[in-house]
Design a protein around this ligand. Structure first.
Ligand code: PMP
Ligand code: GLU
Length: 394
């Protein structure tokens, strides 16, 4: 069958692919350890599951308004005021099937053919592909380790052209774990406020910070808020990846467009799942602290372990649940030209799965998730160490 040019230009999500390969190997009985997980390893809290059950029993099993249940949009308005000090009206909130679909719909609603979107690299695998899917042109702005992979005003300015329509920011960041400080955001905002560039900020890892607290660029001033579309959801904050609920906050005309799009594509998010998101945001914000603290302890352990690997260097992450070590020297010391080949053989020979940096726009690195218990994580790193020691002797 002849497929469209557009779909043929898309690279499938490497994070999803590797996670699926590891899952498949496990099902076949291979003792594989996956450091590729892009989701919390906890189950959704019981009170959320109970709320979904109660909602379904009470008959909330129908289509809903395409922008989301009014009750959920109200709850998100309250959440934004409580946690982010930001005032939105319900008609400035759109609920979609996870932050991923919300992002896709945002691109669809705002980009025309040839519009340029600045995407700082390393970037989460889906931004560039989604932009391409709607006919936009991703323009990668490569950042460096010395700024902890954060976009600087200089790099931003160097990538702005007449065709620039949008900038995608992600903080806390997947895959680097970097978190932008208020000053760093302000420096970018000073450049952006002089333009009409739309800022899409993906705050899905909002609650997982271990140093700098999360600051939303939209909270800096009204001009920037008007330019910004915040994307967030319950996947990472409340261990709800499988429920598929995310949201956007932005201008009413954007939200109306997203609603119209949804009315012709997916109708709405599953109604019971939306009740789950209401229960999640009605829980005390402290309820996420327990998980944040566990991830912080894991971060400390994971970072120390990775730093013990020969030929590997790593910036200490301050958020999310990933490490993003430089592995090119290590791959070369083991006789590989690329980190991709090194990663493939670690999986084949030592049964440890993680994601090469190529999918994130930076092929000299690799992403290692520490969303798993410490003992298993340490076992995985021992296997990688063994692999390096064996190969680098040859
Ligand atoms: N943004 C980033 C940076 C992510 O890592 C993820 C996780 N897949 C998402 C968005 C999408 O999250 P979800 O669709 O589960 O809300
Ligand atoms: N956010 C996760 C990751 O980056 C989940 C997988 C995905 O949606 O790409 O691994």
């Amino acid at each position: 069958m002849e497929l469209s040019k557009k779909v043929k230009s898309i690279t499938p999500s490497q994070t999803i692919e590797i996670t699926n390969t590891a899952r498949q190997l496990k099902a076949e009985g291979v003792d594989v350890i996956s450091l590729s997980a892009g989701e919390p390893d906890f189950n959704t809290p019981d009170e959320i599951i109970d709320a979904v059950y109660e909602a379904a029993k009470a008959g909330h099993t129908k289509y809903t308004a395409s922008a989301g249940l009014p009750e959920l949009r109200e709850t998100i308005v309250k959440k934004m005021a409580r946690d982010n000090n930001l005032t939105y009206a319900p008609n400035e909130i759109y609920v979609g099937n996870g932050a991923k679909q919300v992002l896709y719909n945002v691109f669809l609603a705002t980009l025309d053919e040839g519009d340029e979107v600045i995407v700082p690299a390393p970037y989460w695998v889906s931004y560039t592909e989604q932009v391409k899917m709607v006919g936009g042109e991703p323009v990668t702005a490569v950042t460096t380790e010395d700024t902890h992979f954060k976009l600087t005003p200089e790099i931003l300015k160097a990538h702005i052209t007449e065709k620039t329509k949008m900038l995608v920011l992600n903080t806390p960041n997947n895959p680097t774990g970097s978190v932008y400080s208020k000053d760093e955001l302000q420096a970018l905002a000073d450049v952006l406020a002089e333009t009409d560039i739309i800022i899409v900020v993906d705050e899905i890892y909002e609650v997982l910070t271990y140093g700098e607290p999360q600051v939303s660029i939209a909270s800096l001033n009204d001009k920037i808020k008007a330019q910004t579309i915040i994307v967030n959801g319950v996947s990472k904050s409340h261990a709800m990846t499988g429920w598929r609920v995310g949201y956007a906050c932005g201008a009413p005309e954007l939200i109306a467009a997203l609603s119209a799009l949804t009315s012709q594509s997916t109708t709405s998010v599953a109604e019971p799942a939306q009740y789950g998101a209401i229960a999640a945001y009605e829980m005390a914000p402290e309820s996420t602290e327990k998980y944040r603290a566990i991830f912080e302890a894991r971060r400390d352990n994971a970072y120390a372990k990775i730093m013990e690997l020969p030929h590997v260097t790593c910036v200490k992450p301050e958020g999310a649940f990933y490490l993003f070590p430089h592995m090119k020297n290590c791959a070369e010391a083991c006789g590989y030209d690329t980190v991709d080949e090194f990663v493939k053989d670690v999986l084949r020979e030592k049964h440890v799965a993680f994601v090469p940096g190529s999918g994130f726009g930076t092929p000299e690195y690799a992403r290692i998730s520490y969303s798993l218990d410490e003992a298993t994580f340490n076992d995985a790193v021992s296997r990688i160490k063994e692999f390096i020691e064996e190969k680098s002797k040859i």
